[in-house]
Design a protein around this ligand. Structure first.
Ligand code: GLA
Length: 380
């Protein structure tokens, strides 16, 4: 967590509101493997990281709420009556969404002030939006003693994302941000919402993220489209979700659906299986096995599920030139954001070479993040 940012948020809050706030750290997440499986009731393998959102929150003695986005130096004032999503409201909708859903659930929300800022760029695929939603629901739960469990809170965050941000996301991001454990990856069953934690220690290897620093705008609609394809194929297979489907079952349907839809559903079934294989590889310290599964995951996301982009593909392909990198794939929803790489410790020179090659090709400077795996949302 970023101590300088904490101090800045705290002092901005005092300047603006002249009271002593409660402080919350709400982390972003990485995902080792299991992409686009969460909304298919499947398995994912995320972990919370030491980067995320810092929020300061306190009650207001006025009749309205003021939220200040520190990174954008933008304030927004709203009344608690008749909250509606705002068209192109971006960050405001995450806040409004959580508040509105709490109200719908019969929770009495009192006027509050909030300042938030973060050290993960939005669009990096590190779930800054889930981190923000969780910081609001967690902060209000503490501030107003709403009595919500962590599980209830993540579903409120998810509903805010669906109804206010318009992304029909699964539960992975909100879960990982809320329930993260230090140095542990969480093998999460997105149907039962139960996770098994795995100690992460890759010995001579580490996980490094490379941010393409692009975020292609089609990502939201493409995300929702993928989700509806999955639901359509599941219903044709008479199963609740693709988690319950098999490759054999899907093959029988091949002539009735388009090749594109077939490949997408096949990807989900195979990726879900890869998550299990990855957990077995981790259990037996087979990091080469894990790395191989990451490459296969990327290939499926690129060629079957079609949520990658040239920049992500370039970064993943480039890693294949170095034996020090044993696995890489795009991470998160796709169409930009980060790749996650399993790379030998102290491989700075190799990373430098990849950065230069990317810059030469796309004329964009990528960012490299070394992340630590941390506990989930907490009061500071
Ligand atoms: C986004 C969504 C998640 C998940 C991933 C893809 O991060 O918010 O629910 O679907 O994409 O795995």
């Amino acid at each position: 967590m970023n101590d300088i940012l904490v101090a800045s948020i705290q002092s901005k809050f005092s300047d603006l509101f002249n009271s002593t706030p409660q402080l919350i750290f709400s982390p972003g997440r990485i995902n080792i493997i299991g992409e686009h499986t969460d909304y298919n009731d499947g398995f994912v393998f995320p972990a919370a990281i030491d980067k995320g959102i810092i929020a300061a929150i306190d009650k207001s003695d006025t009749n309205f709420c003021v939220v200040h986005a520190y990174d954008k130096n933008e304030s927004y004032q709203f009344s608690l009556d008749d909250i509606e999503p705002i068209t192109n409201g971006n960050w405001k909708n995450y806040i409004l969404g959580v508040v509105a859903i709490l109200q719908e659930k019969g929770k009495k929300i009192e006027p509050f002030n909030m300042v938030f800022g973060g050290d993960i760029p939005s669009g990096a695929g590190l779930s800054s939006s889930a981190a923000l939603e969780n910081s609001v629901v967690f902060g209000l739960n503490e501030l107003l003693s709403l009595g919500l469990s962590k599980k209830e809170m993540i579903f409120i965050s998810q509903q805010a994302e669906h109804e206010y941000a318009g992304v029909k996301c699964g539960i992975m991001d909100q879960y990982a941000s809320m329930f993260g454990q230090k140095n542990k990856g969480l093998l999460l069953d997105c149907r039962s919402i139960e996770a098994t934690s795995f100690h992460i220690d890759f010995k001579d290897y580490e996980l490094i993220l490379i941010n393409t620093n692009v975020n292609h705008s089609l990502s939201e609609s493409a995300y929702n489209d993928r989700r509806s394809v999955c639901e359509k194929v599941a219903s044709l297979l008479y199963v609740k979700a693709l988690r319950d489907a098999t490759e054999e079952g899907l093959l029988k349907l091949k002539s009735q659906i388009s090749e594109e839809d077939f490949q997408k559903a096949l990807y989900v079934i195979q990726e879900n299986n890869r998550v299990h294989l990855a957990s077995m590889a981790m259990e037996s310290n087979d990091i080469f096995g894990l790395g191989g599964l990451m490459y296969k995951s990327h290939s499926g996301l690129q060629n079957q599920y079609k949520v990658s982009c040239d920049e992500l593909d370039f970064l993943v392909d480039k890693t294949k030139e170095f034996q020090e990198i044993i696995g890489a794939r795009m991470m998160g929803g796709g169409f930009g954001g980060c790749t996650i790489n399993l790379i030998k410790n102290n491989s700075e020179e190799i990373l430098e070479t990849i950065i230069k090659a990317y810059q030469l090709k796309f004329n964009i400077e990528p960012s490299v993040y070394q992340v630590n795996i941390e506990d989930g949302v907490k009061m500071l």
